[in-house]
Ligand binder design. Structure first.
Ligand SMILES: C[S@@+](CC[C@H](N)C(=O)[O-])C[C@H]1O[C@@H](n2cnc3c(N)ncnc32)[C@H](O)[C@@H]1O
Ligand code: SF4
Length: 438
């Protein structure tokens, strides 16, 4: 599809520009805007086993390192409170936030003590979705999101998840058992994995519907340059033409049971909060190693090194390592355009109120492109909404924005110490002598 290819190319350039970071000597985030409510994102970068395709900041789990890390995370949370931030919601992402339940409970409880948090969301892995976890987290987490990726045993093996998290049938039973434990249960799936066929995808959707989960997120396979090369050498190249076809297949197969809640999330209760926190909050503070913040007109990034993060917090500084250039007015308007349309609706009145110029005038290029590609469903004085073709274009935009962050992560990982790089490799124990410095 020509529009997809043109957009991928344009977003690659824009994504790199908007996500570009420079090392910073800043030791603290700017103070809060007292008029604003933000989202608090806390990153827990540990997993018991590492998935080869995974593009997130994650390290092989070691209890001592993880306990030390959670303690620093809570210290950084206190620093954020001292800056006057108000948060409406807490999102715990990973990695695997549920990896140490007692530490996670302490962290959530502190957030509730410090801030007026309305809703807590967390990610988890299927092996943690047990009655023991629910009892321990009882009442603390409202929305749980679990990574399934596929119910197909062959695909789970290719993804190297079969041995870690069980067969498709095991995963199915886990999700069925977890019904009713949380006010919302989201299942993460991946589409356009190189060896995935149309049949596998449709069978996955049938299985998903049977689980009774109330929300599903279908991520297109995303890869930074390193991961893309590794995938091409093992399972095959990522095919973007097929990505568009599969997206429409998913959209049609889910309709009637799930409705689009964002470009890649489908929900049974349309009003419920969705997984993409940036849709509900366009300004957020990220704490923890590798977490990003978007505050005012700038992106800030925390260090990817666990050792540097620990040292920074111990010395009374935040975990900052990089900062982007301030966004100009045009970039802020584009950010609003992508964020809101990713959440399926651009509010034209709010746009004009906030930027002093109409969306039609400020975003004429973007809107002309979307119209020509058949992407606009409704366009009146009030708002713009999307057709399925338009939703797919937003998937492309977000895929490229996130792939821009993946490049940053690749660069940051390359700069880690040898000891920390060992923690990026699954199945290889960290030598004791080097652990001490990690
Ligand atoms: C950060 S993970 C946390 C979930 C949990 N650790 C698990 O894997 O079960 C959140 C989700 O990101 C998605 N994800 C990870 N790497 C991805 C990639 N390279 N492309 C697309 N989606 C990806 C997966 O669907 C995963 O469930
Ligand atoms: S368990 Fe989740 S976060 Fe960890 S490596 Fe696998 S996909 Fe990534």
């Amino acid at each position: 599809m020509l529009s997809e290819r043109a957009l991928t190319a344009a977003m690659r350039v824009l994504g790199r520009r908007y996500m570009a970071h420079e090392p910073t000597s800043l030791t603290t985030l700017p103070p809060a805007d007292p008029e604003r409510t933000y989202l608090l994102y806390a990153h827990v970068p540990f997993c018991e086993r590492l998935c080869t395709y995974c593009s997130f900041n994650r390290f092989l789990y070691r209890e001592d390192l993880a306990r030390q890390y959670f303690a620093r995370l809570r210290e950084e949370m206190r620093m954020v409170a001292d800056l006057g931030y108000r948060f409406g919601a807490l999102y715990l992402g990973g990695g695997t936030p549920t990896i140490l339940l007692d530490e996670l409970c302490l962290t959530i409880d502190l957030a509730r003590d410090l801030f007026d948090i309305g809703e807590v969301s967390s990610e988890t892995s299927p092996n943690h979705l047990t009655s023991e976890v629910v009892e321990r987290l009882g009442g603390r987490i409202d929305r749980m999101s679990v990574g399934v990726q596929s119910f197909d045993d062959r695909l789970l093996r290719v993804m190297d998840r079969y041995d870690k998290y069980g067969s498709g049938q095991d995963l199915y039973e886990t999700i069925v058992r977890a019904q009713g434990w949380f006010s919302s249960l989201n299942v993460d799936m991946i589409f356009n994995f190189p060896s995935q066929t149309e049949r596998m995808l449709l069978a996955d959707i049938d299985r998903l519907k049977d689980t009774g989960c109330n929300q599903v997120t279908f991520y297109p396979l995303m890869a930074g340059p390193n991961a893309a090369r590794a995938l091409a050498d093992t399972v095959g190249r990522i095919d973007f033409v097929r990505e568009g076809e599969y997206y429409h297949l998913i959209d049609e197969a889910l309709s009637g049971t799930f409705e689009p809640a964002s470009a890649w999330t489908f929900s049974k209760d349309r009003g419920g909060m969705i997984d993409e926190y940036i849709v509900d909050y366009d300004q957020y503070v990220g704490i923890g190693s590798g977490a990003l913040s978007f505050i005012g007109d700038r992106v800030y990034g925390n260090t990817f090194s666990l050792a540097d993060y620990d040292a920074a917090i111990r010395s009374g500084c935040m975990g900052l390592a990089t900062a982007g250039q301030p966004y100009d007015a045009r970039a802020m308007m584009r950010y609003r355009f992508i964020n809101q349309l990713f959440g399926l609706r651009l509010d034209k009145r709010a746009f004009e109120r906030d930027f002093g110029v109409s969306a039609d005038r400020a975003l004429w290029l973007e809107l002309t492109f979307m119209r020509a590609a058949g992407g606009i469903e409704r366009d009146d004085d009030e708002c713009i909404t999307l057709t399925p073709a338009g939703r797919y274009l937003l998937v492309v935009m977000m895929r490229e924005m996130l792939s821009g962050s993946n490049e940053l992560r690749d660069e940051a990982r390359a700069a880690l110490s040898p000891a920390e790089r060992m923690l990026l490799l699954d199945g290889q124990p960290l030598p004791q002598a080097e652990c001490a410095s990690a």
